[in-house]
Design a protein around this ligand. Structure first.
Ligand code: ATP
Length: 285
């Protein structure tokens, strides 16, 4: 319970608390790992950006394994797509990474550190996240954008609105509770705008453009990939168009990784991904 209380402390308070503890030599002399204060993510940079090591997980009250023996490494600065049928476990992977649930078996690391040793807060602070449901509150567009980063200027916010094809919005426009007065596509674009302002180095995007038309989607991806070009990015996607340039494609089915590789490797393999691609082409042609 103590650690939960600490996680909501303003970070500078936690910093000074930890610094004081270090000065007294308290932290280093504590023998039990569990009693160490949870680490913050910023500044930790040993090991790959993300690693899932033999991770298995079942949702509470479920009996069937949702994810089974997931092993995957995402090197820093790489772009990874996670694809697979609906219900295969793609979103669950991101939710485990964000500590929304705990794994039953195995370990997840960020920058080489087990997420068990990181605060939820530090993970959120250091990731640009777009989930399928995004949080908006009653206030202006400006208020909703500042949630990502309080330091940004109006000019930056306006530029980002243009990047996500929302220039017709003004910063003082009103957003209702839960974004009720916005369309699904507008909410997605506003959520993407927010991640663009945040400037974290790890992007976790779950179907961020599923409600957008193909032309708008393409324009936004161009901006997004330009911004994220040196960062690590994970994109969960139904659509297979435009994923040729990803460094790694992971195919999940029934909670297992069934194929992984580059676009060309998976196409040459002529397995599941190849079939998905064939079907997508025949549906949209
Ligand atoms: P989609 O492409 O439709 O978003 P997905 O591949 O992201 O699907 P998940 O949302 O990860 O799939 O779901 C994986 C499995 O876990 C599904 O069978 C789903 O019904 C189940 N599931 C998801 N969320 C929960 C939950 N909160 N409680 C119980 N089961 C869940």
């Amino acid at each position: 319970e103590n650690t939960k209380t600490m996680a909501v402390f303003p970070s500078h308070l936690e910093d000074s608390r930890q610094a004081a503890a270090r000065l007294q030599g308290v932290v280093d002399s504590v023998p039990l790992q569990k009693e160490k204060p949870l680490e913050k993510l910023s500044g930790l940079d040993s090991g790959p950006a993300i690693q899932f090591k033999d991770v298995s997980f079942t949702y509470p009250d479920e009996t069937r394994l949702t994810l089974e023996n997931i092993n995957v490494t995402l090197e820093k600065g790489t772009k990874t797509a996670i694809v697979g049928p609906s219900g295969s476990g793609k979103s669950t992977l991101l939710q485990l990474l964000l500590k929304m649930y705990s794994v039953d078996h195995g370990e997840i690391t960020i920058n080489g550190h087990s997420i068990d040793s990181l605060t939820d807060e530090s993970i959120w602070e250091n990731t640009n996240v777009v989930l399928q449901a995004n949080h908006f509150f009653y206030g202006t567009i400006r208020d909703n954008l500042l949630l990502a980063n309080e330091q940004v200027s109006d000019e930056e916010m306006e530029a980002v609105l243009a990047n996500v094809q929302l220039s017709h919005f003004s910063l003082s426009d009103q957003v209702l509770e839960k974004g009720e007065n916005l369309s699904g596509g507008e909410k997605q674009r506003l959520a993407i705008a927010r991640t663009m302002l945040k400037k974290a180095k790890l992007w976790l995007l779950d179907e961020p453009t599923s409600s957008l038309d193909a032309i708008t989607e393409k324009k936004i991806y161009e901006q997004l990939f330009e911004l994220a070009k040196d960062d690590t990015l994970v994109l969960v996607s139904h659509r297979l168009t435009g994923i040729e340039k990803m460094d790694q494609i992971i195919v999940i089915d029934h909670g297992k990784i069934i194929e992984a590789g580059t676009f060309n490797e998976l196409m040459q393999q002529q397995g599941y991904f190849y079939k998905m691609k064939q079907i997508e082409q025949s549906v949209f042609m």
